[in-house]
Design a protein around this ligand. Structure first.
Ligand SMILES: [Mn+2]
Length: 444
């Protein structure tokens, strides 16, 4: 960890320590245990799933090893119980030596069950994480009164967290550039995926989520999950939704490309313009639901300009035509989790802030505040299922079907950036990252 990031990290830890102490007091606990977790095995198998550290642990510790724990006692230095098992089947982790460890009282354990010997009896413990049979009776598991407070607070990122997402964006932008080159070079989905991993120097298990690498009609599948190995010829369109991680913080970026100028290339360019305007509107005090509804108006303008409507843009929004082409939310909170927690919370005590009627997939309904990191990701897709539904109801007359059929083979467009709400306005981490590439700050 460089000195600049370490300064931010110390401030981050102080802020997290203070808000955790308040949350513990308000919910009636005297200490918090956050286990990193252990990778589970499928039933009937001894081959574990990839390890995903518990975000309640990750919030404190930049490097996560399975079986470690953070123990928080308000007013005291946080304790890190570092798991270093005697294990000749695997490479046991080396003790972390980086300067961030100075912030912790560090203890080594050989087995997660040893946690008990570090806990003074009689203290009221809360445990935030997966259950472990060795700890029954230790404390309360995931008490909602505490978890609600912790989750609600996580939406606003500290400057350290913003910097981690920015670095994750820089890593991903470099890989996106390599993926675009691979597409233009005529590679398959699989070939593009490998180009992405190599450029970011990542293995699949390091990705914050599975890459969506979609050529042609596959772009119409919102979470397309395959990697086609062969192609009949170079693809005409390419949608890639892929991120990277830095110290546990994710970036989440989507880009869309056309091989040739024409109707689809124009659609990509027009959506990109609207997307940048929506991203620029991210700031404290804005109700994210309003941004989502504004995105439908933006999508309607793009549909009208592309000749896809037989009505005006306002009618397309009111009649639900935009929901045929843009059937997901405008974005979500981003942080330790790609879809970060607390997006629908009404307040630190819990409760839900409702989604607008007719928009069941919006993942964030809160008013943005200083430090919120969100994605802005409008899309326009040609999804057979939704188009067939619209063709069978009153929306049939509002859509230009000949234009739809021309664009169907291209799948869809999505443009997604990671944006911070700051008092001075929006900070678009993704555009910054791509710009630093084009200025030669990173290899292309
Ligand atoms: Mn996203």
């Amino acid at each position: 960890m460089d000195a600049g990031l370490h300064d931010l990290y110390r401030q981050h830890l102080a802020a997290v320590t203070a808000r955790t102490a308040s949350a513990l007091e308000e919910s009636g606990f005297e200490g918090l245990i956050a286990p990193a977790g252990l990778p589970p095995c499928p039933v009937f198998d001894d081959n574990p799933y990839p390890f995903r550290a518990n975000p309640q642990f990750r919030l404190w510790v930049p490097e996560a090893e399975p079986g470690s724990h953070v123990v928080i006692r308000p007013g005291e230095r946080p304790q890190l119980l570092f798991h270093q098992p005697a294990d000749y089947w695997h490479q046991p982790p080396a003790l972390p030596k980086d300067r961030w460890t100075e912030q912790f009282a560090l203890e080594v354990i050989g087995d997660p069950a040893e946690l008990r010997r570090f806990l003074e009896p009689g203290r009221r413990w809360a445990i935030a994480g997966d259950r472990h049979p060795a700890w029954d009776g230790l404390g309360d598991w995931n008490p909602p009164a505490l978890l609600n407070r912790l989750d609600y607070a996580r939406a606003a990122k500290t400057p350290y967290e913003v910097e981690c997402v920015a670095r994750a964006s820089t890593l991903a932008a470099r890989a996106h550039a390599a993926a675009a080159d691979a597409f233009h070079g005529g590679e398959s989905e699989y070939g593009i995926h490998l180009a992405y991993l190599r450029a970011a120097s990542l293995a699949e298990d390091d990705l914050p989520y599975r890459n969506i690498v979609a050529l042609d009609r596959h772009g119409a599948v919102l979470h397309y999950q395959h990697l086609q190995r062969s192609l009949d010829g170079p693809a005409s369109s390419f949608l890639i939704d892929a991120g990277a991680a830095y110290a546990g913080y994710a970036s989440d970026i989507t880009r869309s490309y056309a091989r040739r100028p024409g109707r689809f290339a124009d659609l990509v360019a027009a959506l990109d313009v609207e997307q940048q305007a929506l991203a620029a509107a991210v700031r404290p005090g804005v109700d994210y639901r309003e941004l989502h509804l504004a995105a439908h108006e933006a999508v309607a303008r793009v549909l009208a300009a592309a000749g896809l409507l037989r009505c005006d843009a306002g009618t397309a929004v009111e009649a639900g035509v935009t929901r045929v082409f843009f059937p997901h939310g405008i974005g979500h909170l981003l942080g330790l989790q790609v879809h970060d927690v607390g997006g629908l919370m009404a307040g630190p005590d819990g409760g839900e802030r409702p989604r607008p009627d007719g928009h069941p997939f919006l993942r964030l309904t809160r008013e943005l505040a200083d430090g919120f990191v969100v994605t802005i990701e409008p899309g326009i897709y040609f999804i057979d299922q939704l188009l067939a539904e619209a063709a069978a109801d009153g929306r049939r007359a509002l859509i230009d079907w000949a234009a739809v059929d021309q664009l169907r083979p291209f799948g869809g467009v999505r443009v997604e950036d990671d944006v911070v709400a700051l008092p001075a306005g929006a900070r678009n981490l993704t555009r910054e990252a791509f710009e630093s590439l084009s200025q030669g700050a990173g290899p292309r």
